[in-house]
Design a binder for this molecule. Structure first.
Ligand SMILES: [Cu+2]
Length: 271
């Protein structure tokens, strides 16, 4: 069904539900469009000029008018309260996803700025090193990681490149250094606004590796993209990154091969 609507190739565990919601909503919108269009056409013909029609201005009478209005009200309430409810409580939804997987999620921080995505891995100790705004250096330390903090010593950072293992939940902590951005991964059906001053959490499970994705797309250079989905300034169009999804072992090897942020050889520019 989602191929029919030309959605991006689905690559996450929860994405199917989002797709079904989108299709259902468009179905309802289509039905309403058709209904009102037919009614409009009927009125044009039924009440056309020169048919000995005279205007009546006293309004409609009778009980069925109230029944009709009542039916519309019930339908609207069903749409507002009924359909939107399962997606309203996202905390519950996220926790269910985690429990179902029974795997500890990988934790990553993503710090957005005009016009780049800074990615921060906690390193082998699993603890994110402290960051402080006054330590930010655009070239050498864009996140303001604190070299004095012991847990920061093994931390890894990358620029515009998020590397994830397949079939394991990932919890991403989003924050912004400047303005409102939006973290969008079309293939994973993930889109979350990033508000300065607020850390936003987000959880999903990639289900397809980049290699499989390239195979399925018939394009060996194709990659999952990170798109900024909120107009955030003049360079918004180039605020773009990539996600590489690897098999669990390949991901472990990748982590191993990375040079920590504070080592001499560290170079955040991966390509
Ligand atoms: Cu942006």
């Amino acid at each position: 069904m989602n191929r029919l609507f030309n959605y991006p190739l689905l690559s996450s565990a929860h994405g199917d539900e989002i797709d079904r919601l989108m299709i259902a909503m468009h179905g309802f919108i289509g039905l309403f469009f058709l209904g009102w269009f037919l009614f409009f056409g009927y009125c044009l013909i039924r009440f056309r000029a020169g048919h000995r029609q005279r205007g009546r201005y006293q309004g409609l009478k009778g009980r069925w008018v109230y029944y009709l209005a009542g039916a519309v009200l019930v339908l609207e309430l069903f749409f507002d309260l009924g359909l939107s409810r399962p997606y309203g409580d996202t905390t519950q939804y996220r926790d269910d996803t985690v429990n179902a997987q029974a795997t500890a999620p990988l934790e990553v921080r993503v710090v957005a700025q005009q016009f780049a995505w800074n990615v921060h891995y906690p390193g082998p100790d699993g603890v994110f090193g402290a960051t402080r705004p006054e330590l930010v250096r655009e070239e050498s330390n864009p996140m303001g990681l604190d070299a004095g903090d012991l847990s920061a010593q093994d931390d890894l950072t990358t620029l515009n490149h998020l590397v994830l293992p397949v079939d394991r939940p990932v919890r991403i902590y989003l924050s912004s250094k400047d303005v409102v951005h939006s973290f969008s991964l079309p293939e994973f059906r993930v889109k979350q606004d990033i508000i300065p001053g607020i850390e936003t959490e987000l959880l999903f499970t990639p289900t397809m590796t980049t290699a499989t994705f390239q195979e399925r797309m018939g394009d060996p250079t194709r990659r999952f993209e990170i798109v900024c989905a909120q107009l955030c300034g003049l360079g918004h169009y180039r605020m773009r990154g990539f996600v590489t999804v690897l098999e669990a072992e390949a991901f472990a090897d990748w982590l191993e091969a990375q040079t920590p942020h504070f080592s001499e050889e560290y170079d955040p520019f991966w390509d």
